[in-house]
Design a protein around this ligand. Structure first.
Ligand code: ITT
Length: 194
């Protein structure tokens, strides 16, 4: 089965191709030369659908998109849907991490969760899948793998941050991994009945 994954983020597209495995051929937006898609909704579901709908409207193919947010309890769920631009428009992953460490300095409640919503448009119909992982924001960075907030997020029940884990270990428990597993089960079922 072939899909366009509506992302320019190569970290995400590598994670997703590894989770879906060889039965699925995934192309990202860089590979098809698609420009940046606006993300103007105020929910993860809204943004995921906006990206998938753009691709469907312009390329008329089966496609999916994800939107992910880091929700920090002591910050009333911020940065959430604004996680990419937390430190300002055009900021880097490192800018976001440093801003989070600064805003959380001295805060004792470190609870946070990552949440991913996937919007799939298949044969013109829309479907949604969600995954989340609970954890803690650390007081300093650990590890160099992964991307985004991975060096300061330690999932509950684990001693390492996402940035200290192999990508397969992260995928097995992560927000995106869990949402993608649901998508995969859904697609596997369709695949087996075709
Ligand atoms: P696309 O919209 O092109 O897919 P993006 O990087 O903007 O890529 P999102 O809007 O879904 O992706 O993610 C918002 C931000 O959340 C992202 O820029 C990262 O900083 C962070 N993020 C997303 N997934 C993450 C993960 O698995 N680990 C750590 N941080 C993550």
């Amino acid at each position: 089965m072939e899909f366009i994954f509506a992302t320019h983020n190569l970290h995400k597209s590598e994670e997703v191709s590894a989770i879906l495995g060889p039965d699925y051929h995934i192309k990202n937006l860089r590979e098809i030369g698609c420009p940046e898609i606006p993300e103007t909704a105020d929910t993860l579901q809204g943004n995921a659908l906006q990206k998938a709908q753009y691709v469907f409207d312009h390329y008329h193919v089966n496609c999916f998109a994800d939107d992910t947010g880091l929700e920090v309890e002591a910050l009333d769920g911020r940065p959430g849907v604004y996680s990419a631009r937390y430190a300002g428009e055009g900021c880097s992953y490192q800018d976001n991490v440093l801003k989070m460490l600064e805003e959380m300095r001295g805060v004792t409640n470190r609870k946070a969760c990552f949440r991913t919503v996937i919007a799939l448009i298949m044969d013109g119909k829309r479907y949604f899948f969600e995954g989340r992982v609970e954890g803690k924001i650390l007081t300093e960075q650990h590890g160099v793998d992964g991307f985004g907030y991975d060096p300061i997020f330690k999932p509950l029940g684990f001693r390492q941050t996402f940035a200290e884990m192999s990508s397969s270990a992260k995928n097995a428990i992560s927000h995106r991994g869990r949402a993608m597993q649901q998508l995969k089960e859904f697609l596997d079922e369709i695949n087996s009945s075709r």
